[in-house]
Design a protein around this ligand. Structure first.
Ligand SMILES: Nc1ncnc2c1ncn2[C@@H]1O[C@H](COP(=O)(O)OP(=O)(O)OP(=O)(O)O)[C@@H](O)[C@H]1O
Ligand SMILES: [Mg+2]
Length: 237
């Protein structure tokens, strides 16, 4: 409990009458990289949106640093240290790369300042070359880098990436995985959804698999790989 940053317990969520999360429990420790896996429509994004206060939880609890955060607004959660890179990316397309980054920059919880504008540019050389470009002039991969750069500049304790490399060319996706490696080494906890099972398993300390709104597996990536029958049925691989 002492080293847990996030504790989700018996979480339920509905869209109208449709019951989507059926009692999800999940812990994320400090510095841990957790892979959130599952086929389409199993509830991964809904769980993330509940964590971010974007979708209400019907029952259950969500704790961050031991404090109940279930009813907090998204901007308050961001200030507490949770950064979110949504599916489809969250950047200002009408602003330049530089403006996007500078607008996001601020100290994190208890004044954390590890990620500065200069450090982000050093970690994302592609962005450095495109500082005066507008968001809409960037490729998909560059937009994803900008979105991650913005998230890091809030100096979070937890970074949530939904569909981290979706739609990106393999070489660009490779860059994103290296950046996630840098983030991991900097001690930030991450929760990552991605369809690249191999890359995700390689970088993660833990794999969590969801089926129909519930967690069916929560253990090390190597244990998951030892279960070919379940992999086929849970993930189709
Ligand atoms: N805004 C919404 N209104 C109603 N139902 C929704 C809404 N968003 C998602 N759902 C439904 O909730 C279920 C879980 O969806 P969710 O987006 O959480 O899945 P996911 O695991 O992220 O899938 P994917 O891998 O396709 O992104 C699905 O059945 C989906 O159709
Ligand atoms: Mg999703």
């Amino acid at each position: 409990m002492t080293d847990a940053l996030v504790n989700v317990t018996d979480l339920h969520s509905h869209y109208g009458l449709s019951h989507v999360l059926h009692g999800v429990s999940l812990d994320i420790k400090r510095g841990e990289t957790v892979a959130l896996m599952g086929r389409n429509g199993m509830g991964k994004t809904t769980l993330i949106k509940c964590l971010m206060g974007l979708v209400p939880a019907t029952s259950g609890s969500i704790r961050f640093r031991g404090q109940d955060i279930k009813s907090l607004a998204t901007h308050v959660l961001a200030r507490r240290g949770i950064a979110y890179v949504p599916e489809g990316r969250g950047i200002f397309k009408n602003l330049s790369v530089k403006e996007n980054l500078l607008l996001a920059a601020r100290p994190g919880f208890e004044g954390r300042m590890e990620w500065t504008y200069d450090r982000v540019l050093d970690s994302f050389p592609r962005l450095k070359e495109r500082l005066i470009y507008g968001g809409q002039q960037l490729s998909g991969g560059e937009q994803q880098m900008l979105s991650i750069g913005r998230a890091l500049l809030t100096n979070p304790d937890l970074l949530i990436l939904d569909e981290a490399t979706e739609g990106l060319a393999p070489l660009i996706a490779q860059d994103i995985w290296s950046i996630i490696g840098i983030v991991k080494r900097s001690g930030i906890s991450t929760l990552i959804v991605d369809k690249n099972f191999k890359a995700l398993s390689k970088i993660s300390n833990r794999s969590v698999v969801m089926v129909k709104g519930g967690v069916v597996f929560d253990d090390s990536p190597s244990k998951l790989i030892e279960q070919p029958k379940e992999l086929k049925s849970w993930l189709g691989i």
